[in-house]
Design a protein around this ligand. Structure first.
Ligand code: B12
Length: 248
């Protein structure tokens, strides 16, 4: 640690000391819901991250995400999963993460609802070794394409963040690129993602496999196959995507 670093002023140091244990405590509180802390970043003043409920400026942002079956299991047991109202996963996420953030005086931001959307993918790339895949989704060295971001927790504490490990994207050494060759209607190409082509295929009987078991192009990726969600979860996300695309 450089003692001349202005961010290590006595005030900053005492904020850091007081907040020691905050990350493990948050990780522990998030865990029963299948959420995990996925690194963090220090926002720049130009990023216009809103202040905390008590007016304190944002100093550290921690990313909350999920991979594997735990979140789906927890969500499936929630009231939102069966109340028949729109956007059950988003409502459940907001209820659970807001409660955790509020308990430590923090503010939670979400990848949904905000207009314009908070740039979660750009934030994530500052926090963990993820890279843009040819599908537009970020690829993670362990989880492959089977992970998502659920929230960002904004804190006034100057938390120590570990350096982000560096490494090449797994896509760089994937010469076959099955993700770009598998979509039955070629919705993904080097020129981008044709959302309408994808959505209109999902509405047809031929699109039932993608709609009920998850995007075929995403399922073709050889990385992180063990983290692929159950057909029920994959189908849930695809149906939510189709509803969103239809409402445009
Ligand atoms: C709008 C949006 C969509 C739109 C448009 C995507 C597009 N063509 O750009 C639609 C509705 C089509 C969409 C679909 C899906 N999305 Co979406 N989407 C978003 C959302 C809400 C905002 C993206 C945005 O505009 N960002 C604004 C810019 C300024 O932020 P940015 O980080 O700098 O921008 C990046 C993205 O635009 C990205 N990008 C570019 N092209 C594409 C193409 C696709 C398919 C995606 C997903 C992203 C993407 O590259 C930019 C640079 O990093 C984000 C959540 C968020 N707040 O970030 C989720 C998000 C990008 N989506 C996500 C996912 C998982 C999906 C789906 C796979 C959902 C599903 N069905 O399971 C589908 C894809 C359909 C399929 N065939 O599987 C995840 C991606 C996670 C990851 N591993 O990277 C996010 C981050 C949400 C989350 N909860 O984690 N999505």
């Amino acid at each position: 640690m450089n003692p001349n670093d202005p961010s290590r002023s006595p005030a900053a140091t005492s904020r850091t000391t007081a907040s020691r244990g905050l990350q493990p405590n948050l990780a522990q509180a998030l865990e029963p819901f299948g959420f995990a802390l996925r690194g963090g970043f220090k926002p720049l003043p130009t990023e216009a991250i809103p202040p905390l409920p008590d007016g304190t400026e944002a100093v550290t942002v921690l990313m909350v995400g999920n991979s594997g079956p735990a979140m789906w299991q927890a969500f499936s047991e929630s009231q939102e999963a069966t109340d028949g109202q729109p956007h059950p996963l988003n409502r459940w996420t907001r209820r659970t993460v807001d409660a955790i953030a509020t308990s430590v005086g923090a503010l939670a931001l979400y990848p949904f609802d905000a207009q314009p959307a908070w740039p979660f993918q750009r934030w994530a790339a500052r926090c963990e070794p993820v890279h843009a895949s040819p599908l537009g989704l970020l690829i993670h060295p362990q989880y492959g394409l089977w992970h998502a971001y659920r929230a960002a927790i904004v804190l006034g504490a100057d938390l120590a963040l570990p350096p982000v490990p560096t490494g090449a994207s797994p896509c760089q050494s994937c010469f076959d690129q099955p993700c770009l060759r598998t979509c039955p209607v070629a919705a993904f190409s080097a020129s981008g993602y044709q959302v309408e082509t994808c959505a209109s295929f999902l509405e047809k009987p031929e699109g039932a496999d993608c709609l009920q078991r998850g995007c075929l192009a995403r399922r073709a990726c050889p990385v992180g196959v063990n983290f692929q969600p159950s057909p029920a979860q994959n189908g849930f996300h695809m149906q939510a995507f189709l509803r969103a695309a239809q409402s445009k």
